[in-house]
Design a protein around this ligand. Structure first.
Ligand SMILES: CC(C)(COP(=O)(O)OP(=O)(O)OC[C@H]1O[C@@H](n2cnc3c(N)ncnc32)[C@H](O)[C@@H]1OP(=O)(O)O)[C@@H](O)C(=O)NCCC(=O)NCCS
Length: 107
């Protein structure tokens, strides 16, 4: 139903993630719930320092999702990704462990 691929990045305790929901499960809040649990797990169980996602600049559903969860828009990389025959502008969204704990009101 939902996949959340997580890749260990070059920097220590840093993870890049993505999220995909099957189309008929979209717009029900499932991605928000799954990502919240995933970020709790990455920061809580795995002591990650920074978690980020790279998202197509045109992907408004993904922007809303990440902003709703409290991730920060850190950059727009203009035509940085060659994908399916065209240059795509990417947005970087990120959150630090200390920010996530504050957002979630966790100790
Ligand atoms: C990005 C993606 C996961 C977002 O999925 P989504 O269904 O919009 O996100 P959620 O499951 O959190 O659902 C939130 C929406 O459901 C609505 N909703 C309905 N019932 C809800 C409920 N009980 N609780 C919360 N939200 C609810 C919300 O209002 C929200 O709509 P909005 O974005 O218009 O405000 C999805 O579009 C997708 O899989 N896209 C293809 C893959 C992709 O582009 N991934 C991004 C790469 S990182």
């Amino acid at each position: 139903m939902a996949t959340v691929p997580c890749v260990i990045a070059e920097q220590p305790r840093t993870v890049e993630f993505g999220v995909t929901l099957a189309p008929h499960h979209q717009n029900h809040g499932i991605a928000s719930e799954v990502l919240t649990a995933t970020l709790d797990w990455l920061f809580g169980e795995h002591e990650m320092h920074r978690v980020y996602a790279q998202v197509d600049d045109r992907n408004k559903a993904a922007h809303r999702l990440l902003e709703r969860l409290g991730l920060r828009l850190e950059a727009r990389l203009i035509e940085a990704d060659w994908f399916e025959g065209e240059w795509v502008t990417l947005r970087i969204y990120a959150v630090l462990k200390k920010e996530w704990l504050e957002l979630r009101k966790l100790p």
